[in-house]
Design a protein around this ligand. Structure first.
Ligand code: CP
Length: 309
C-alpha cells in the first residue's frame, strides 16, 4: 500500500492497520533524513500549511512546525489568543479566511471534541487533528507507538498500561485505538473517578492498583492529571494521588522486571512521575518528542500526496 485510506487525520479510529504501517515506514525514512547534516527535503515546496492553535501547546505546535519546515512547506502559524476570534469570529469564518490565502492543509488544536471532524465537513482543505478536547490526539498516539516499536522491536503482543487521568485524556483514547489496531494488550490504571464509565466497552483491562499494573506491563505511559478540564475534585488531594498513582524509582526497582516509561508531556514532576524516573534510562520521554517530528513529517507528506493527485 502506498497511500493512506483517509484524506484527513481526524483520529486513530478512522485509520486501519495498513495506514499505521505506512506512516511508520515513511517516518523511518524521515528519521534518517533529520539525522543528516542537511535535515531538509524539497518534497512539499508547493504546499502551504496553517497551524491553528486554539489551546496551549509546546511539543505538538513546535513539532508540526519543524516537520513542515523540514519538508520545505510554507508555514502559517495562528494562535487564537492574538486573533480576531477574540472579536467574535467563528471557527469556519476564521478558517475560510485563512484558506482564501491559498492554504492547502490545516493542523488544528481545539478545546472542543469533534472540532476537526466539523471543520473537515465545512472547508476545502486537508485537516490534521492536533488534539481536540478530551477526544483524540492521533499524532501523539502514532509517535507513542512508533517509540515503542523502536525501543522494543514491535508493538504486537506488547503489554501497555496507561496510567492516570484517563477520563480527560485524548492521549489515552488515541493510544488505546492505536495499540489495539497493532495487536498490543492495553490496560488502564487510575482512580475509579478518573476512569470513564464506558471504559469496559473499549476492550481494555482495568486496574486500580499501580503496583499490579506495573508488574503486568512492558510499557507504562504516565499521564498528567488534567486540572484544567476539571470542574470538581476527583480525588482528595494531590499528595494522596501521588501516593497511589505516582511512579517513583523505588517502586520501579521493586518490580520483577525492568519496564519502559513513557509520558506525552507536559510532566508534573513529583506528581505522576518523580524526576529520577523521568530522567532515567528507563524513560523514553525525549525519544518520543524526537520521533514526533519524523512521524508528523510522514503524516503531512502522505496527506499532501493525496492533495496533489
Ligand atoms: N503532548 C502534547 O500534546 O504536548 P503539548 O500540549 O505541549 O503539545
Amino acid at each position: 500500500m502506498s497511500e493512506l485510506s483517509v484524506n484527513h487525520l481526524l483520529g486513530i479510529k478512522y485509520l486501519n492497520k495498513q495506514d499505521i504501517q505506512l506512516i511508520f515506514e515513511t517516518a523511518d525514512h524521515f528519521k534518517e533524513v533529520i539525522n543528516r547534516p542537511i535535515k531538509k527535503v524539497p518534497s512539499l515546496r508547493d504546499i502551504t500549511i496553517a497551524n491553528l492553535f486554539f489551546e496551549n501547546s509546546t511539543r505538538t505546535k513546535l513539532s508540526f512546525e519543524l516537520a513542515e519546515k523540514r519538508l520545505s512547506a510554507d508555514v502559517l502559524n495562528f494562535s487564537s489568543a492574538q486573533s480576531s476570534v477574540k472579536k467574535g469570529e467563528t471557527l469556519i469564518d476564521t478558517v475560510n479566511n485563512i484558506l482564501s490565502m491559498k492554504v492547502d492543509m490545516v493542523v488544528m488544536r481545539h478545546p472542543n471534541p469533534g472540532a476537526g471532524v466539523f471543520l473537515s465537513k465545512h472547508v476545502n482543505a486537508s485537516i490534521i487533528n492536533a488534539g481536540d478536547g478530551a477526544h483524540e490526539h492521533p499524532t501523539q498516539a502514532l509517535l507513542d507507538s512508533y517509540s515503542i516499536r523502536e525501543k522494543l522491536g514491535g508493538v504486537k503482543g506488547k503489554k501497555v498500561v496507561i496510567v492516570g487521568d484517563i477520563l480527560h485524556s485524548r492521549v489515552a483514547l488515541s493510544n488505546i485505538f492505536a495499540l489495539q489496531l497493532q495487536g498490543a494488550e492495553v490496560m488502564v490504571c487510575g482512580p475509579k473517578t478518573l476512569l470513564p464509565k464506558y471504559i469496559d466497552k473499549l476492550g481494555v483491562k482495568v486496574e486500580t492498583d499501580l503496583r499490579k499494573a506495573l508488574n503486568w506491563c512492558d510499557v507504562a505511559n504516565m499521564l498528567r492529571v488534567q486540572n484544567e478540564r476539571m470542574d470538581i475534585s476527583y480525588f482528595p488531594s494531590t499528595r494522596e494521588y501521588t501516593q497511589q498513582f505516582g511512579v517513583t524509582k523505588d517502586l520501579l526497582n521493586s518490580l520483577d522486571k525492568e519496564i519502559t516509561i513513557m509520558h506525552p508531556g507536559p510532566i508534573n514532576r513529583g506528581v505522576e512521575i518523580t524526576s529520577d524516573v523521568a530522567d532515567s534510562d528507563q524513560a523514553i520521554i525525549l525519544d518520543q518528542v524526537q520521533n514526533g517530528v519524523a512521524v508528523r513529517m510522514a503524516v503531512i507528506y502522505l496527506l499532501a500526496s493525496k492533495i496533489k493527485q
